[in-house]
Design a binder for this molecule. Structure first.
Ligand code: HEC
Ligand code: HEC
Length: 429
C-alpha cells in the first residue's frame, strides 16, 4: 500500500515535469531570454509587461512564418528544376503511389471534396503521373511546390521546388497512410530524400550511388561541401524554444542560423551563407536574397511548435515514475539531460568521446568532425517517443536500444527492471 502510494506520487511528479514545461505559454516560450535580459531579474508581476514588449512575436508574425515554413522555396526552383530537372522526372514517372512509397505526404486540407471523393471511390487514378501534377497544382504535396500551366485541358508541370516542410512535416494518416492533416515540425522519417534526388537525370552514377545509400528519413547536409557520406536522421523542428545551440553539433546560436544554412546551401534557395568554421569553408552567395527578410518570422513559427505529448495509454505511469528515479539516479542521465528541456546545451557541448553514439557505424566519418563545433549537443528529450530511430546517426532503433547502449557503453549495470522503467519514463516525456 505504502509503495503504491509513493509510486503514484512519483507518477504525479513525472506529470508535473510535463506541466511545468507546458504551463509556459507559446508566446512566453517564444521569447528569447537574451533579448530581454533585464526582464529576467524582475518580479513575476512585471513579466506580464515584458510579455507585451516588442520582442514577443505577434500572432501575425507566427502565421507568416508558418506560411514560409510550409510553402516558401526561396526561389530554389532554379536548382530543383533548372539544374536537377525534377519537374521532368515527376511529370513522366512519379504517380501518387510511387510518391507515397518514397515518403512524400499529401495534405487533405488542400483537397477539394470532389478530389477526396474521387480518391475514395477510385475514380481518381493513383497510378498516373498526371494525378501527381494535379495534386501539385492544388499545393497538396507536403514540401513540394509546383507551378502548373494549363492549356487545352492539359496540365504541364513547369517548375518544382522544395520547402522546409519536405523534411520537417508529416501528416497524421487520418485519410490513408501518407494522406492526412499536416503535422508541422514532425520529422518525415518515411521520406527517402536521397532516392528522390537520385532520380535526377543531371547526376552522374557516383553521385546517384551516394544519394541512394542514405535510406528513409536520412539526409546528409554536408555531403555537397566535403564529399563525405554520413547521412543524419532528419530531426524534429519542434520543442526547440529556449535552446540556444542548434543542430546536433550545436553549430548555431539560434534556429535562424540553420535555416539560413539549409535554405541557401541545401535547398539551394536564393540568399547567402558564410561559415569559416566549417571545413571546407562554406561561402555561398546566390542572389537575389529571398531568405533574410523571412528568417525572423520563420524562427518565431518554429519556436511556437511544442513537442507532442505522448498519446494516452502508450506508457505505464507507475513504471515511468520509477524510471524517473533511474534517470536522475543510477542511470546518471540527468547529469547531461538537465532541466525542463532535458539538455545542458546552453551551458556546454560534449566531445565525441563522451557520446555513446560514436564511433559511427563502419566506414562513416565522425559527424562532429564535419561540423563547426566538432562537438555534440545533449539532445532535448521532450517528444522523444515520437521520433525513432535515435541519435544523430540513428544507430538505436528503439528507446530500449538507447538504454541498452548507455548501459553497456557507460558501464551502468542497471537491472532489467531499472532499464524497463527508464524506457517507460522516456516514453512519457
Ligand atoms: C532535405 C531535408 C531537409 C530540409 C528541406 C530542411 N531540413 Fe532542417 N534539417 C535536416 C537535417 C538532416 C538536419 C540535421 C542537421 C544536424 O543536426 O547537423 C536538420 C536540422 C534542422 C534543425 C535543427 C534541429 C535541432 O534539433 O537543433 C532545424 C530547426 C531545422 N532543420 C529547420 C529547417 C527549416 C526551417 C528548413 C527550411 C528552411 C529546413 N530545416 C529544411 C534536413 C532538412
Ligand atoms: C555525457 C552526457 C550524457 C549523458 C550522461 C547521457 N546523455 Fe543522452 N545524449 C547526450 C548527447 C550528447 C546526445 C546526442 C548524441 C547524438 O545525437 O548522437 C544524447 C542523446 C540521447 C538520446 C537520443 C535523442 C534523439 O533525439 O535521438 C536519448 C534518448 C538519450 N540521450 C537518453 C539518455 C539516457 C536515458 C541517459 C541515461 C542512461 C543519457 N541519455 C545519458 C548526452 C548524454
Amino acid at each position: 500500500m505504502a509503495s503504491a502510494t509513493s509510486a503514484s506520487g512519483r507518477a504525479e511528479e513525472a506529470q508535473n515535469d510535463r506541466r511545468a514545461r507546458e504551463s509556459t505559454s507559446p508566446a512566453r516560450r517564444a521569447h528569447r531570454p537574451t533579448l530581454r535580459g533585464s526582464c529576467l531579474v524582475v518580479a513575476v508581476a512585471l513579466l506580464t509587461v515584458c510579455d507585451n514588449g516588442p520582442t514577443a512575436p505577434s500572432p501575425a508574425e507566427i502565421a507568416a512564418g508558418k506560411t514560409t515554413f510550409r510553402f516558401d522555396t526561396y526561389g530554389d526552383e532554379t536548382f530543383w528544376t533548372d539544374t536537377l530537372r525534377m519537374h521532368e522526372v515527376i511529370e513522366s514517372a512519379v504517380d501518387p503511389t510511387t510518391a507515397l512509397t518514397v515518403g512524400l505526404k499529401v495534405d487533405t486540407d488542400s483537397l477539394p471534396p470532389a478530389v477526396v471523393q474521387g480518391i475514395q471511390n477510385g475514380t481518381i487514378d493513383l497510378h498516373s503521373p498526371a494525378t501527381t501534377v494535379a495534386l501539385l497544382k492544388l499545393n497538396a504535396v507536403v514540401g513540394l511546390k509546383g507551378t502548373v500551366s494549363s492549356a487545352n485541358g492539359k496540365d504541364t508541370l513547369m517548375s518544382v521546388g522544395v520547402t522546409c516542410a519536405l523534411c520537417h512535416s508529416t501528416v497524421d494518416n487520418s485519410f490513408a497512410p501518407g494522406i492526412g492533416k499536416r503535422l508541422d515540425g514532425w520529422p518525415n522519417r518515411d521520406l527517402n530524400v536521397g532516392a528522390i534526388i537520385a532520380l535526377s537525370p543531371a547526376l552522374d552514377a557516383g553521385q546517384k550511388a551516394v544519394y541512394n545509400s542514405w535510406g528513409k528519413g536520412r539526409y546528409d547536409p554536408r555531403y555537397n561541401f566535403d564529399g563525405q557520406n554520413g547521412p543524419q536522421v532528419i530531426p524534429p523542428a519542434y520543442g526547440l524554444n529556449g535552446i540556444h545551440k542548434i543542430t546536433v553539433t550545436g553549430d548555431g546560436p539560434d534556429v535562424a542560423y540553420w535555416n539560413r544554412y539549409v535554405g541557401v546551401t541545401q535547398m539551394h534557395g536564393h540568399g547567402s551563407f558564410t561559415d569559416t568554421r566549417l571545413t571546407p569553408t562554406v561561402n555561398v552567395n546566390n542572389p537575389p536574397d529571398q531568405i533574410s527578410s523571412k528568417l525572423a518570422a520563420l524562427q518565431a513559427y518554429q519556436l511556437s511548435l511544442q513537442a507532442p505529448t505522448p498519446p494516452a495509454g502508450t506508457f505505464d505511469p507507475a513504471a515511468a515514475a520509477r524510471g524517473r528515479e533511474v534517470f536522475t539516479g543510477a542511470g546518471q542521465c540527468a547529469t547531461c539531460h538537465t532541466g525542463p528541456l532535458f539538455t545542458d546545451a546552453n551551458v556546454r557541448l560534449h566531445a565525441p568521446a563522451e557520446v555513446v553514439s560514436e564511433p559511427e557505424p563502419a566506414g562513416v566519418p565522425s559527424y562532429a568532425s564535419r561540423s563547426a563545433t566538432k562537438m555534440y549537443r545533449t539532445a532535448p528529450l521532450a517528444g522523444v517517443w515520437q521520433h525513432p530511430p535515435y541519435f544523430h546517426n540513428g544507430i538505436s532503433p528503439t528507446l530500449e536500444a538507447v538504454v541498452e547502449l548507455y548501459d553497456a557503453r557507460r558501464g551502468l549495470h542497471l537491472t532489467a527492471q531499472q532499464k524497463a522503467d527508464l524506457v517507460e519514463y522516456l516514453k512519457s516525456l
